[in-house]
Design a protein around this ligand. Structure first.
Ligand SMILES: Cc1cc2nc3c(=O)[nH]c(=O)nc-3n(C[C@H](O)[C@H](O)[C@H](O)COP(=O)(O)O)c2cc1C
Length: 362
């Protein structure tokens, strides 16, 4: 059943419009201050970085997506992994639940380590699987399966609340994350899947020892939308309607990134609807350690041009750095930014300071 669901998800994401309609990622409210005198040779710009003790040639990670299904995902994972290895970036595996249920599906994940022997890889599991009695054992198995550098645990209450096989028992998730952090040998990253992480939850996650938060905010792939299409093709009117109503639910990515950065001091990945290197540069300037993208890499891989998609993104990022006079990512993080619109209103109403970015000295 999990295998079939995985294939439905891939097909829907590839063939339907699954991105948010009304809500935007919020980066349109973040503005750099253009510098006519950058005092810099664009060729000298360095975008390499360190993330959880691993060197990245660029601050980019392919977000967890696929595996656990034979017809498409092994090939997609192999192509993504080769691109990631060559580019010196990192990658997340899709939820490995399917391989825990059926070990013949392991190869759809292990292919990633074969093709990316040195890249930073994140194993992936849902928080609801961890609640089972064998939760800790599952966490250890998914890490070992791909010799992962980190474990990424996804929180997806929106999707669980809409999909027919949804597991909506979320009591005790935080305590279980605390147990996993203590037991496993690699850093634990906790992520959303497109509805964002608020400062209240970020503080709780940091308190239980999580090594990094991936905000995965709203403005990109909407799991309510994906489940809407699935329900529609299964003639499940109730869930089709729920998916439509909650299509744009969530905290826009730029907003939750700022909330989380101003609340905890652990590394943060910015993801959720990031589509250009300009948005990526804004996320890094707001304090993100890495920028994550899922849907654009999925679509590009199927067309055979994931490498080109990454190159365009990196060229856009470097262009921004040139235009604000930032030689490296550290300097980009001190470039002034002006925050306007709904993002400013939200943050100010919630008690976050937006002026600190505008007054940075650059
Ligand atoms: C086809 C597809 C499958 C996904 N599967 C997973 C998954 O198994 N585990 C997970 O943590 N996130 C999963 N995600 C969510 C992404 O990791 C990411 O958080 C989300 O799509 C937002 O990024 P985007 O707007 O760039 O797509 C999936 C996304 C896509 C598009």
């Amino acid at each position: 059943m999990t295998e079939e669901r995985k294939l439905d998800h891939l097909r829907i994401c590839l063939n339907e419009d699954v991105e948010s309609n009304l809500v935007t990622n919020g980066f349109e409210d973040i503005h750099f201050v253009h510098r006519a005198l950058p005092e810099l040779d664009k060729n000298d710009i360095d975008i390499s970085t360190e993330f959880l003790d691993h060197r990245f040639e660029a601050p980019v990670i392919v977000e967890p997506m696929t595996g656990g299904e034979q017809s498409l995902s092994k090939e997609i994972n192999a192509a993504l992994a080769s691109m990631v290895e060559e580019a010196g970036i990192g990658m997340g595996l899709g939820s490995q639940r399917a391989a825990l249920e059926d070990s013949s599906l392991e190869e759809t994940y292990t292919i990633v380590r074969e093709k990316a022997p040195t890249a930073f890889l994140m194993a992936n599991i849902g928080c609801t699987q961890l609640l089972s009695e064998r939760g800790i054992e599952y966490a250890e198995r998914v890490i070992e399966m791909v010799d992962a550098d980190a474990l990424s645990i996804h929180l997806n209450p929106l999707q669980e609340a809409i999909q027919p096989e949804g597991e909506t028992y979320f009591l005790g998730v935080l305590q279980r994350i605390r147990d996993v952090v203590k037991e496993v040998k690699v850093p634990v990253i906790v992520k959303e899947t497109g509805a964002g992480i608020a400062s209240e939850d970020a503080r709780k996650l940091a308190e239980v020892g999580v090594a990094c938060i991936d905000v995965a905010g709203a403005g990109g792939t909407s799991w309510a939308a994906v489940e809407h299409y699935r329900a529609k093709s299964n003639r499940d009117e109730l869930r089709a309607k729920l998916g439509k109503t909650f299509w744009d639910w969530g905290i826009p990515t730029a907003i939750c990134l700022i909330e989380v950065k101003q609340s905890v001091s652990i590394p943060v990945i910015a993801s959720g609807g990031i589509r250009t290197g300009v948005e990526g540069a804004k996320a890094i300037s707001l304090g993100a350690d890495l920028v994550g993208m899922a849907l654009p890499f999925l679509k590009a891989t199927v067309k055979g041009d994931a490498k080109e998609t990454l190159n365009i993104f990196l060229e856009e990022l470097k262009n921004v750095m040139f235009l604000v006079g930032a030689r490296n990512l550290e300097e980009l993080r001190s470039a002034p930014l002006v925050i306007t619109g709904k993002t400013k209103v939200w943050l100010n109403e919630r008690g976050f300071d937006t002026k600190i970015y505008a007054r940075r000295s650059g």
